[in-house]
Design a protein around this ligand. Structure first.
Ligand SMILES: C[S@@+](CC[C@H](N)C(=O)[O-])C[C@H]1O[C@@H](n2cnc3c(N)ncnc32)[C@H](O)[C@@H]1O
Length: 271
């Protein structure tokens, strides 16, 4: 079948133009649509099988079993959040603080996309942690595919872990009441990866309570935030860190909060 005809049939299944092109590129290797190349029948059948699932709102990345993030391809399935482009800002910023001797934690690692992307760029002692066993299996598989060997451990936030120089964390931060109104593809992602409780702040509160025990005195913690919770997150951490700054994503939304200089609660000074 010709590519154009394939796109037309996908449209009749309710697949939008962008997704059709993505499927054809990924599954059939079509890169130049103007040439309207022939797609083998067996490949077309495969594409239509994916399309049937996607037409019900199932995410294209889960259908294919992978997603792209930063410079690599990551396995994904229903146990992990599909890595978001905006989260690449977390990687870019974290890299500025990491040295070869740094002990680094990617808390709430999911697919491992953040910690593994960092580890691809810089040698360091990296730990990936998550509470979800399913997510940890995916992170492990991604580490293997990238020929990386981080520590991978199950932990409820920081509670079962040691001390680090750098902690990166993209916690669940969607307000519970907002989840139902999100895109149908998001409804297929694990609720454990999305739900930040009524105000979206549940996991930042836990980090605030635990961080003094798990960050070295001159360490840094970088957390991803939702575009509308910047002020609340800063307010939450203002008695724990002396220096707090925000980095914006490429859509110009506040995306990463950088926390440095832990305050010693006893003397009100830096630790
Ligand atoms: C927003 S996802 C981030 C996944 C990945 N780091 C990324 O950026 O794509 C949040 C992750 O937090 C994990 N999580 C939820 N509750 C947790 C807890 N109490 N302790 C550790 N991880 C938790 C979820 O399983 C999920 O993988």
């Amino acid at each position: 079948m010709k590519t154009k005809e394939c796109v037309a049939q996908l449209k009749s299944l309710g697949i939008d133009h962008r997704t059709s092109r993505y499927l054809l590129k990924e599954v059939a290797g079509v890169s130049n649509f103007l040439l309207d190349p022939e797609v083998p029948d067996s490949t077309c059948r495969k594409i239509f099988r994916y399309a049937k699932k996607i037409s019900t709102g199932y995410p294209v990345q889960y259908a294919l079993g992978y997603s792209y993030f930063y410079k690599n391809k990551f396995k994904v399935n229903r146990h992990v959040l599909i890595p978001r482009f905006d989260t690449e800002r977390l990687v870019e910023e974290a890299l500025k603080y990491i040295e070869p001797t740094s002990r680094v934690l990617d808390c709430c690692t999911g697919s491992g996309c953040v910690g593994l992307s960092i580890l691809c760029e810089k040698h360091c002692d990296m730990t990936l942690s998550d509470i979800s066993r399913g997510a940890l299996r995916v992170a492990k598989s991604n580490a293997k595919s990238l020929h990386l060997d981080p520590h991978i451990t199950r932990s409820d936030m920081l509670s079962d872990l040691t001390k680090y120089d750098v902690i990166v964390c993209n916690p669940p931060y969607i307000k519970s009441g907002d989840i139902a109104s999100l895109d149908s593809a998001v409804q297929h992602e694990p609720i454990l990866a999305l739900d930040g409780d009524v105000d979206g702040l549940k996991y930042y509160r836990i980090l605030k309570d635990q961080v003094r025990e798990h960050l070295r005195p001159h360490g840094v913690m970088l957390v991803e935030i939702g575009y509308d919770i910047q002020d609340s997150v800063i307010e939450l951490f203002k008695d724990t860190f002396r220096d707090i700054s925000t980095v914006y994503d490429y859509g110009n939304n506040p995306r990463v909060v950088i926390l440095t200089n832990l305050i010693n609660p006893n003397i009100g000074e830096w630790l």
